[in-house]
Design a protein around this ligand. Sequence first.
Ligand SMILES: NC(=O)c1ccc[n+]([C@@H]2O[C@H](COP(=O)([O-])OP(=O)(O)OC[C@H]3O[C@@H](n4cnc5c(N)ncnc54)[C@H](O)[C@@H]3O)[C@@H](O)[C@H]2O)c1
Length: 304
Amino acid sequence: MTSLTISPTDLQGINDQVVIVTGASSGIGLATVQLLLRHGAKVFASDLNDMPLPEATQVSFMKVDVTSWDQQLAMFKAAVRAYGAVHHVFGNAGITMSNTLLEDTVDEHGDPVPPSLKTIDVNVIGILYTVKLGTHYIRQSGEGGSIVLTASESSFSRFQATDYTVSKHGVLGLLRALTTNLQPSTSTSTSTPRIRINAIAPGWTATGILPSLVLDTLGPGAYQTPDVVARSVVLLMADKQRHGQMVYSNKGSYYEIEDGERGFIQHGREILGEHYGDAIEGLRRIRERMEEAKVREEGGRGGE
Ligand SMILES: NC(=O)c1ccc[n+]([C@@H]2O[C@H](COP(=O)([O-])OP(=O)(O)OC[C@H]3O[C@@H](n4cnc5c(N)ncnc54)[C@H](O)[C@@H]3O)[C@@H](O)[C@H]2O)c1
């Protein structure tokens, strides 16, 4: 875990860049829009709800439900129409817990009913759509760029909100899986797209997702304001060296907890020792064999 400080000069690289923000009308998304505007970015904002003033007059905006592929596709196309390119995407829209799986709900026959998948739909399916479209449109810009995902402290803790915690572990999984499939624009390799991917993991933050009762229970000093989190988002976009990182923010302090000294990736190596390398190498070889098998199968079909 590496502590970091973020100064305004660290954010200068975002000037003139085109950024799409989902979940932009409130909380962390809105604070990020405000910070992006202050640093000269061109913002395309989206949310289920309208943007508040004055930001509503300063950004392009589209009402979008992130669980709809068609609506997200329309958002990316509209951003390209408005600004000519997409450089960075902030996949941020999210909702709180829908169920713990332990509610004993039954139908009229007394049979258990399936759990609501609403949180999974917004927090996982929504972000998968954002990333899929984001990689397509950032690639089209030809200049490289980055994606920032909103994970959470619950991505790496035993938080009791079951489906929410599952969803945020999913976001961390997405970061880890794509880190090796993408690469920074500073890389010279031509085999993988030049798109960086990073995540933020906010601790308790005073936003629309947390009822005031929760904030009162936590007490002052136990939570941070969303402008703190926004700085970690813009840093990850602006700093071209950052790739595969997750910045945890808690009570106003920042820690990089994936790649940093004693971060989770390093920790995995320490727990598994040489087996860690074996596992990574084993997975790489399996993936190569699967690709080979697919090519052969397609070749075989072509020859019929
Ligand atoms: N506040 C915290 O303590 C905290 C901590 C960790 C992670 N997060 C994450 O931060 C992200 C932002 O939430 P926030 O805390 O700013 O809360 P918020 O409620 O203030 O903002 C979330 C925004 O997302 C929008 N949204 C919800 N569902 C949507 C959908 N289907 N399509 C489009 N937009 C949708 C809402 O309208 C809202 O404007 C979420 O992913 C949340 O899980 C928050």
